[in-house]
Design a protein around this ligand. Structure first.
Ligand code: SF4
Ligand code: SF4
Length: 298
């Protein structure tokens, strides 16, 4: 295990969690920490784009169980279809089952209930890929692990778990693993945050940001995680309800990153804001946050 694991999450997409995670990674690597950044936003990973990384490297397939059916043994009893709660097994009347690969989560329930041992135990299919890419920025070298779900796949948790396992292996002797979760508040987020000792929940001063912050704080509270809140694009709208929510949920600290047009320019050019313009107020706020994280983990 790495010495510390922290999570950066943010409810809906677009709050700026990847912006925060990538800039933190650059600043903390520059501070001398050996660091791995895991991009577990498997449906739309973009940390590499924010870091100016053109090509992901060291591809490994993410395989999950897949129920190949031996139609010589199958009696069309229907037990597998009843046990499948994702609707991946379809059966026309009197016909043997068919499995829809993209709907299958690989849970093995069908395998366990089949009374005729008609499902192969070692079936597998590729649902995505993970990558391990060295990132080399001036004075900041670290490793980026990226999980990518294949297009059309319905279930993110198996890919998140597989990519996180690879990140934990890569970060085995590192000072810090930063886990950048996907958008949303589903099971995949809890899976991504499992090993973290501190979660940074990124929100924005909008009604949607408030709504998603409430959902994320319920998750971190339920998981017993220490939580900090970062209000990104601070100044764009009222924040009093965000602060009240954070207080009610026992959030330890609240940071603000002011709205910055320069951040959008940095994003468009694939340069971390802290490198693009270190004196931009948002970059300075990120530096303050990084110092606090450094104190926590160093
Ligand atoms: S492995 Fe799980 S999700 Fe896939 S077909 Fe079997 S029961 Fe359904
Ligand atoms: S449970 Fe087994 S025997 Fe029954 S329909 Fe499914 S695969 Fe066929």
């Amino acid at each position: 295990m790495p010495r510390s694991v922290i999570g950066v999450t943010g409810g809906k997409g677009g709050t700026g969690k990847s912006f925060v995670a990538t800039n933190l990674a650059v600043l903390l690597a520059r501070r001398g920490l050996s660091l791995v950044l895991a991009d577990l936003d498997v449906e739309a990973p973009n940390d590499h784009l924010l870091l100016g990384v053109e090509r992901l490297e060291n591809e490994e397939p993410i395989e999950v169980f897949f129920p190949f059916i031996d139609y010589g043994k199958c009696t069309a009893c229907g037990a597998c279809a009843k046990a499948c709660d994702t609707g991946a097994i379809v059966m026309a009347k009197g016909r043997p089952p068919m499995v829809m690969p993209r709907l299958c989560s690989g849970c093995r329930a069908c395998l366990m209930v089949c009374p005729y041992k008609a499902i192969a135990e070692d079936g597998a299919r590729v649902m995505g890929y993970s990558y391990v890419t060295p990132v080399k920025l001036s004075g900041a070298g670290f490793t980026l692990v990226t999980g990518v779900l294949r297009e059309g796949e319905e279930h993110t948790p198996p890919a998140i778990v597989a990519a996180k396992r690879r990140a934990l292996r890569v970060a085995e002797n590192a000072d810090l693993l930063i886990v950048d979760t996907g958008a949303g508040t589903g099971n995949g987020i809890s899976a991504a945050l499992q090993e973290t000792s501190l979660v940074i929940a990124v929100t924005e001063p909008t009604p949607m940001g408030l709504h998603d912050l409430a959902a994320i704080l319920e998750i971190t509270k339920g998981m017993g995680k220490r939580t900090w809140v970062v209000v990104n694009r601070s100044g764009l709208g009222p924040e009093d309800k965000h602060l009240e929510l954070a207080r009610k949920h026992g959030v330890e600290r609240v940071f603000r990153i002011p709205f910055s047009k320069t951040a959008a320019l940095a994003y468009a050019r694939g340069v971390p804001l802290v490198d693009y313009d270190p004196h931009d107020p948002a970059a300075e706020a990120l530096q303050g946050l990084a110092e606090e994280v450094y104190r926590e983990v160093a």
